[in-house]
Ligand binder design. Sequence first.
Ligand code: SF4
Ligand code: SF4
Length: 63
Amino acid sequence: MSLYITDECINCDMCVPECPNDAITMGKVYYEINADSCTECEGFYDEPQCIPVCPVDCILPVA
Ligand code: SF4
Ligand code: SF4
């Protein structure tokens, strides 16, 4: 029930304001999603809001 950001992240910051749970923050090298906070936007939206705004498609579901 959470997503993660791969090392292809270019630190563009586009996804951060989209998150209703403030689950996305800058990590040591690139942005990270806090798995305890990410609900895949359940309760706010029908679909994850961060995925479509990412220009390099580096936000993926946890397998
Ligand atoms: S799926 Fe929703 S809750 Fe999870 S990180 Fe993306 S915007 Fe935030
Ligand atoms: S939108 Fe994508 S590339 Fe930009 S900071 Fe978020 S995860 Fe990284």
